[in-house]
Design a protein around this ligand. Structure first.
Ligand code: ADP
Ligand code: ZN
Ligand code: ZN
Length: 766
């Protein structure tokens, strides 16, 4: 770990003037944007930049982080308060990570102190450390040949466990294994019986500073510990081109790896990771979802001999802390994590990879609303290293950056290993009778596929039995009392459930309005389709995979493993089924209802629809068997849909980008969204009207003001919501305006009955 060198110190000092600095500027963990001046402790050297301190603040005391040194303060010397204590043994953030957070706080207009402390692991957000009793954990058996899981070919659960345990050499709590994989005690016992793992006691958490020296684990040493690895495939020409382009980039460079599902992107990652590790650099890999980490960790563990650390919200506080420190000390060479891992200190960072870069989960949707993908690019700049954004369906922003030459566009056009691309068919369902949402064309193909011993995957992004319950006599519909929305009928639970606020009501046996018993479900969700399929295909095992029946920990993993092993000829699910999972036996994918993606209220609706469709289609025909994707739609003439299915995602994206350019929408303009909500009707809208008026007085120049307007679903969970959109062709005038607007808004909005927030580069509107 690199502490500030004497030279740096000297530079800071001389920048501050002839005499040495006497004032410490602290970012305080409070919702304020300014730094605060403090006097250092008497008789002690100035605390290092990046060190935690305890300071008096208002009437109390707060945690803070040393942000800078100053020669003087604008505050009168008599009023300047003194720091109460220096915490830890040194800085907890290295200069580069600190700079990243500082940049992010400024860019996303979020209070610096809060940004810093939301980026730190939980124990560093507290002034003191709590101690707790040691708890049961597991680690690799030191005598075992750890990579030897050749005996586990038919035990995916044990393999997944082993990968997670291997990623935490200091041990992992049993509770966090269960957090990720569900009840896994029997699998743990099996692994223990095979001598692969041993139980251990995990000590309570100490608050430690990051180590002062880095400990690069040499590849040779760790390879020996892990045993041999399977022989890697020979890269095809496009993969080689990609690897070499990134390998040969000196310093910072941003690359888009644009390759269909199964084209060997992960293989490219693995090659690049190994090369970076050989040069003694650290690597950070970001994935959008926790669910994807065990799979990827396992695949990495097989092929990469470096010490891994996994960081995501499913881990216990203790493991996250250990992983964070191992990364910060340079001990962990490969860090795999979800979006917040972007803030992990990595002293030797030499490569960043963002997998599924188009995924909205990479953007934090509340509080500190940063985009981990965009920050990855900034971070690579700060570390002067390459960053690789990978996707089968790149976001239009990234594609536009590539076409402007800011990112280098690398393509993998073929599926690796000889697998064929799926074929798309459109089923026009306007005039056809549907049997609970299934067309005749789809049902016929399903029968054929099942008879041939293959698998069908049906995709319907709507859980529950039916999206609404109606009264046949008076027309009553099941609306939610707290939202401008309908309650979904969940027949298995015997309830009406609002998917927006979570409210539940017992299923009425008669109409609450006219007391008629003739209540009917309208439309279909996965439960209803399941019912109908079980009648039509009696005796054929079917797995429904949605949030309702995967609530139990480990259930999703179990169903997916069984699905992969071919146990279920019919798979039916929501977007949980769409991501990342290899289902080699699937030869037919049916998309039951695509239409609300075609005409959604958000201008990104078609982009999301296309990404989801291609991702779902990517599950099919991954092995030697080619797949067919049948799309049911009422809009078979939709030009973008046709282009997508006939010419592929690239052609779709080009056409969609042309539309955006025409309309002046992102990525051809920049946006900032001001959101507000309140329990009191009108309050949010009034606040935003004022905000709009305020913008006018600030001479907005080229910045356009749209709205304010109520959200498309105005009332949600009892709160009325509205938004005001600011948009400009250039980023600079927009951000400058926001910089002037925010202080004025903060002064105005002292009503605690109102909540409001600002979202820079919003990904979703209300
Ligand atoms: P993606 O990440 O793009 O979905 P993967 O890297 O997972 O693709 O590759 C898909 C499958 O093809 C994997 O089983 C992988 O081992 C295999 N594969 C990748 N590259 C090659 C290659 N050059 N030759 C043979 N098989 C390959
Ligand atoms: Zn009625
Ligand atoms: Zn509701």
């Amino acid at each position: 770990m690199e502490l500030m060198s004497d030279q740096d110190r000297q530079r800071l000092v001389s920048a501050a003037g002839a005499s040495s600095p006497t004032v410490v500027q602290v970012a305080v963990a409070a919702p304020v944007s300014d730094l605060f001046d403090y006097r250092p402790l008497a008789e002690q050297p100035l605390p290092e930049i990046g060190r935690r301190v305890l300071v008096p603040f208002g009437r109390g005391r707060r945690l803070g982080l040393v942000a800078a040194w100053q020669q003087d303060s604008r505050i009168a010397a008599t009023r300047l308060k003194t720091i109460l204590a220096y915490l830890d043994e040194g800085p907890v953030l290295q200069p580069e990570t600190f700079e990243l957070i500082r940049w992010a706080a400024c860019y996303y207009q979020y209070p610096l102190g809060e940004a810093i402390f939301s980026a730190l692991p939980v124990h560093l957000r507290r002034a003191t450390t709590t101690t707790s009793k040691p708890r049961k954990g597991w680690r690799l058996n030191s005598t075992a040949k750890a990579a030897d899981d050749s005996g586990l070919a038919r035990a995916p659960r044990q393999r997944a466990l082993l990968a997670l345990i291997r990623a935490q050499p200091e041990g992992i709590l049993e509770t966090s294994l269960r957090e990720q994989l569900g009840d896994c005690r029997s699998a743990l016992q099996a692994l223990q019986a095979k001598g692969l793992i041993a139980s251990c006691l995990m000590p309570a958490a100490p608050a430690t500073a990051i180590a002062a020296t880095s400990v690069p684990a040499t590849a040779a040493a760790t390879t020996a510990a892990l045993g041999g690895s399977p022989r890697p495939p020979v890269l095809n020409a496009e993969q080689r081109t990609a690897v070499e382009a990134i390998e040969h980039s000196a310093g910072f460079g941003c690359f888009l790896l644009d390759g269909v599902t199964g084209s060997g992107k992960t293989e490219v990652y693995i090659r690049l990771i190994n090369r970076a590790l050989e040069r003694d650099r650290q690597v950070l890999v970001l994935v959008p979802e926790i669910g994807l980490t065990p799979q990827l960790a396992e695949r990495f563990a097989h092929r990469i001999s470096a010490v891994q650390a996994v960081l995501h919200s499913g881990l216990g506080e203790r493991e996250r802390e250990i992983a964070w420190h191992r990364a910060a000390s340079g001990q962990a060479r490969l860090v795999l994590g979800t979006r917040s891992a972007i803030f992990t200190p990595l002293p030797d960072l030499g490569l960043l990879i963002v997998d599924e870069e188009h995924d909205v989960s990479l953007k934090q949707q509340d509080g500190f609303r940063y985009s981990a993908r965009d920050l990855a690019v900034r971070r690579a700049q700060l570390s002067r290293c390459p960053v690789l954004l990978g996707s089968a369906t790149p976001s239009l922003e990234t594609l536009s950056n590539a076409s402007r030459g800011r990112y280098q566009h690398l393509r993998l056009r073929q599926r690796a290993g000889g697998a064929q691309a799926p074929r798309f068919l459109l089923a026009d369902v306007r005039s056809q009778p549907l049997i609970t949402g299934l067309s005749h064309a789809l049902l016929t193909r399903m029968s054929a596929v099942i008879e041939a011993g293959n698998q069908v995957l049906l995709f319907l992004n709507r859980r529950g039995f039916a999206p609404v319950l109606t009264c046949h006599d008076c027309g009553w519909i099941s609306v939610c009392q707290h939202c401008d929305a309908r309650m979904t009928l969940h027949r298995n639970q015997g309830q009406l459930v609002c998917h927006h606020c979570g409210d539940r009501r017992a299923l009425p046996i008669q109409c609450p309005y006219c007391e008629s018993p003739d209540l009917r479900p309208l439309g279909q969700g996965t439960e209803r389709v399941e019912d109908s399929l079980r009648q039509r295909f009696p005796g054929i095992p079917l797995a429904r995979i949605d949030r309702d029946n995967t609530r139990r920990k480990g259930e999703l993993e179990r169903l997916l493993n069984a699905a992969r092993d071919g146990d279920y000829p019919i798979l039916l699910g929501t977007q949980m089924l769409a991501k990342g999972h290899h289902l080699p036996g699937v030869t037919l994918v049916g998309i039951l209802d695509l239409d609300h993606g075609l005409y959604g209220s958000d201008f990104r609706a078609t982009e999301r629809m296309a990404q989801l469709l291609i991702q779902v289609a990517g599950r099919a025909g991954r092995a030697e068997r080619p797949g067919t994707v049948l799309v049911q739609t009422r809009h078979p003439d939709h030009p973008l849909l046709i282009r997508l299915l006939r010419q592929g995602y690239g052609a779709f994206a080009a056409a969609a980008l042309a539309e955006r350019a025409e309309a002046g929408l992102p990525p051809f303009s920049f946006q900032v969204l001001l959101r507000a909500d309140s329990r009191i009707e009108q309050l949010a809208l009034d606040f935003l009207h004022n905000a709009g008026a305020l913008v006018q007085t600030l001479e907005p120049g080229p910045v356009e003001i749209w709205g304010p307007a109520p959200a498309s679903m105005e009332r949600r969970a009892g709160r009325y919501r509205a938004q005001l959109l600011l948009q400009a062709r250039q980023r600079a005038p927009l951000h400058a305006l926001i910089g002037r607007l925010l202080p004025a808004l903060r002064r105005q909005s002292n009503s605690h009955r109102l909540r409001w927030s600002i979202d820079i580069d919003p990904q979703e509107s209300l």
